[in-house]
Design a protein around this ligand. Structure first.
Ligand SMILES: *Cc1c(COP(=O)(O)O)cnc(C)c1O
Length: 393
């Protein structure tokens, strides 16, 4: 849906930021709304999406996967084949082009696993912009490959030593930087979270996923799918897929990370178990304790390891437009193996959660149901972690 003027989807969203950022957010919203309907901006964006990112990504019918789980017809939207290996670049290209039009000369971003950081560093190299990436100390240690990738692309990494030294803290620091340097600096947020207009804007840039899917499935099947399935971290690949189908009868299923199990309190299932609260400038479901302290999330998939979720998902949950389920670390590893062995594709650990869901719930679907699942990224980044977890030497 379109958020209201103040940036709310129902009761969720808004702009909970220091006074100094209110102006910056209005400036951003104005610039974005103007460009949103600008033909030249879209043809420039589409040029890079087509010739640089490699879009449209294929919609691939995974026959052996369907047969293996004795399930419905499954199509995979192959965001793993986009440049840099995931859907994140759809958003970073859009936002960085916007930053250039706004006359900003410095780009900052937060990153957890480093996927958004890599996508941002990539686009900054492409457009010759200064790029500073905030990353928690703990994540820097865990994600060496992506740290090297960002450095090779010319980005500077700013280590964050506060709190749990992970994504939540990196985001706090990035917001702080933006408050101080708002004149020349553009903050590229990595998912449909944060204060308005980010959730709307990031979603819009990611709807390329759903728009392509709609066209492709009509060509392949002559009708819309019955279900759309995607993993939910902040919620951008899922909303990008879902949003163009919002006004249809297509059912949406979002899969969160259940970590060590929902009852373990070590998970990232903010929609399923969270309470309404405020984090990083917007109101949404969050993992928090009785006193409203935000809890640390856990998932084997670094891209899902976030205690919050985009406000539009909270709205979808509340209005029941989408349903949500969660899959554990262990199950996600099974999902990873399943796709590797049946289709010869190593998926990222994030969409491996959605893959396992299809296996676990294969029985709820009819054989002729058509499901499109967003394969949000490739698994190269996770090969080491998965090998270790599965005891492969
Ligand atoms: C970052 C990431 C996610 C989670 O982010 P969303 O905003 O929920 O899409 C999922 N899959 C991959 C491959 C990622 O890199």
């Amino acid at each position: 849906m379109r958020p209201n003027k103040a940036g709310y989807f129902g009761i969720f969203g808004g702009k909970f930021v220091p006074e100094t950022l209110m102006n910056a957010l209005s400036e951003l919203e104005k610039a974005y709304c103007k460009l949103k309907t600008n033909k030249d901006f879209h043809s420039e964006l589409n040029f890079y999406l087509n010739y640089y990112v490699g879009r449209p990504t294929p919609l691939y019918k995974a026959k052996r996967l369907s047969a293996e789980i004795n399930g419905p017809v499954i199509y995979l939207k192959r965001e793993d084949l986009a440049h840099t290996g995931a859907h994140k670049i759809n958003n970073t290209i859009g936002q960085v082009l916007l930053a250039i039009k706004m006359g900003k000369t410095r780009i900052i971003a937060e990153t957890g696993a480093g996927q958004h950081g890599v996508a941002t560093a990539t686009v900054c190299a492409l457009f010759n912009l200064k790029c500073h990436i905030y990353m928690g100390d703990e994540d820097i240690k865990r994600q060496k490959l992506n740290v090297s990738r960002m450095k090779l692309l010319g980005a500077e990494i700013i280590p964050v030593h506060s709190g749990s030294k992970t994504l939540k803290d990196a985001t706090n620091e990035a917001i702080r930087d933006w408050v101080t340097n708002v004149k020349n600096t553009y903050y590229v947020l990595g998912s449909v979270v944060g204060p308005h207009p980010y959730p709307m804007m990031v979603r819009d840039f990611q709807t390329i996923i759903g728009n392509e899917t709609k066209k492709q499935i009509m060509e392949l099947e002559g009708k819309l799918p019955d279900y759309l399935v995607a993993c939910v971290g902040g919620g951008s690949n899922s909303l990008g897929l879902f949003y163009p189908f919002e006004k249809t009868k297509v059912k949406f299923i979002g899969i969160e990370a259940a970590g060590y199990g929902i009852k373990s309190y070590k998970h990232a299932a903010s929609l399923i178990t969270g309470e309404v609260g405020i984090l990083h400038g917007s109101k949404s479901y969050l993992l928090q304790d009785k006193n409203g302290q935000v809890l640390n999330a856990h998932s084997i998939a670094p891209g899902l390891d976030y205690p919050g979720v985009g406000p539009e998902h909270s709205y979808y949950k509340k209005t029941k437009r989408a349903e949500y389920d969660a899959v554990t670390d262990k199950e996600a590893l099974e999902g990873f193996k399943l796709l590797a062995r049946t289709e010869g594709i190593l998926p990222a650990l994030e969409p491996s959660h959605a893959l396992y869901y299809l296996k676990k719930k294969a029985g709820r679907f009819k054989k002729k149901d058509i499901i499109v699942m967003c394969l949000s990224g490739r698994g190269d980044k996770d090969v080491e972690a998965v090998s270790e977890a599965l005891g492969i030497k």
